[in-house]
Design a protein around this ligand. Structure first.
Ligand SMILES: Nc1ncnc2c1ncn2[C@@H]1O[C@H](COP(=O)(O)OP(=O)(O)OP(=O)(O)O)[C@@H](O)[C@H]1O
Ligand SMILES: [Mg+2]
Length: 415
């Protein structure tokens, strides 16, 4: 294997844990080669949150081992995804007077404006995960991306701050550290998915990405090249599986198989005469035949609810997003879903597959790997800008301090 710099994405999902090993070249972060992929069923999470550290650690170990064997490298550190209903995203702004000579804005003014925006109430029980700058206002001129060097009296920064519950973040860190791995960064899962799925044009004109996983549906909205809105909804494909199990009286295991093989999210796509034979619980009941439309009704009902929740988030953002909605994550693979969403929502919709990279890209060519591939892409960019020295996150650390440091490095990179 040609040796570049190894960057590892660890997607700790509710349904599966995926480890993706990328080989990147410092001179060109775009040239990422996928050299290892490992997945393992996820045992220790509910609705995106670690509820059993030991089981999560065991699943992480399993998935990392498979990826390591494929790549022929040993993984020491990872970029890890985080989600769950405890995640909150809010947009905040801060204003400072320009201090530089001749009122020319310098980097320190930008840092101060962002820090002022950040200072707006982060409760003690929450960790800051991301502080993402949106844009700046210099005096009355808004929509400015690069204020350094401009002249003005007053500088205003708009930032999107994403926080998570301290306990949930620490349990995630513990699970990873217990698997013998260091954490280079924790990344909100839909931000990673966006890196692998969305085009720069979509982010510029305005787009919503919904990562529909097993336990959660994670929503991010981009407009004018910046993240504007974040929401994690604790509804996913597991709910569909549970509905099928409950209503058709079968085990969740059998319901999952039936959903994949015969499921459909739009009743009208199924012929009225089509029948399915669901397995029974226990061996005593007689085999039964039921209309396949009945299965589709169950799935359609839950999917409509989820789509409406996504639509409500888009409506609550309140600004137009002409590039419409991109669906990704395993639940976007439910057959008939695209047709259902297109019927129900008034904007363009597509299913997002990870952008093709070099190497074993075909192994990750599924919406299921959107987050894992995105974590490698995200990590390769951060690695570029923090070559001065890597820092690793541990339970009990002040993540906020590290994030501030990371931001400074990004800003000096971009301005
Ligand atoms: N072909 C398919 N048809 C229908 N559903 C599918 C298909 N493939 C995967 N799924 C569903 O997708 C879900 C898993 O998706 P994914 O792997 O993106 O979730 P995750 O990342 O583990 O979970 P989360 O992000 O919610 O924590 C499961 O509910 C699974 O049943
Ligand atoms: Mg996921």
């Amino acid at each position: 294997m040609a040796s570049g710099d190894i960057v590892v994405g660890l997607d700790i999902g509710t349904s599966k844990i995926a480890t993706i090993i990328g080989n990147t070249w410092q001179s060109d972060p775009e040239k990422i080669e996928i050299v290892g992929v490992g997945t393992a069923p996820s045992e220790g999470l509910r609705k995106g949150v670690v509820v059993d550290i030991e089981k999560t650690t065991a699943s992480i170990r399993e998935s990392v081992k498979v990826a390591e064997m494929m790549a022929g490298v040993q993984v020491g550190s990872v970029y890890a995804g985080i989600a769950g209903g405890h995640i909150l995203g809010q947009t905040s702004h801060g204003v400072v007077a320009v201090s530089g000579e001749g009122h020319q804005i310098i980097q320190t003014d930008v840092d101060r404006a962002i820090n002022t925006a950040k200072a707006t109430a982060t409760p003690v029980d929450r960790e800051v995960l991301h502080v993402i700058s949106q844009d700046f206002v210099v005096d009355d001129q808004d929509g400015i991306k690069h204020p350094v060097g401009m002249s003005g009296i007053r500088l205003e920064a708009y930032v999107h701050i994403i926080t998570g519950a301290v306990a949930s973040v620490q349990n995630l860190l513990k699970s990873i550290n217990n698997a013998g791995l260091s954490v280079e960064d924790i990344v909100l899962e839909p931000i990673a998915s966006a890196d692998s799925i969305l085009t720069s044009d979509e982010r510029a004109v305005g787009v919503t990405l919904a990562d529909m996983g097993g336990g959660t549906t994670d929503i991010v909205i981009y407009k004018d090249d910046a993240l504007r809105h974040t929401k994690v909804i604790a509804v996913g494909g597991d709910h569909v599986t549970n509905d099928i199990a409950q209503l058709l009286k079968m085990t969740p295991y059998d319901a999952e198989i039936l959903k994949h093989r015969r499921g459909c999210a739009l009743v009208e796509l199924i012929e009225a005469h089509e029948k399915i034979q669901p397995p029974t619980v226990g061996g005593f009941q007689r085999p039964r035949l039921i209309p396949r439309q009945h299965l589709a009704e169950i799935i359609q009902c839950r999917m409509e609810e989820t789509i409406d929740l996504i639509h409500n988030e888009i409506a609550s953002y309140g600004t137009s997003t002409p590039a419409g909605l991109v669906l990704t994550g395993g639940t976007s693979l439910v057959s008939g879903l695209l047709e259902l969403v297109q019927d129900r929502l008034p904007y363009p919709v597509r299913i997002g597959y990870p952008r093709p990279l070099k190497g074993l890209s075909d192994r990750v060519n599924s919406p299921i790997y959107a987050t894992g591939v995105g974590l490698v892409m995200y990590g390769s960019v951060v690695r570029q800008s923090t070559e001065s020295g890597r820092q690793f996150m541990k339970p009990g650390d002040n993540l906020f301090g590290q994030i501030t440091q990371r931001m400074k490095e990004w800003f000096s990179e971009y301005f």
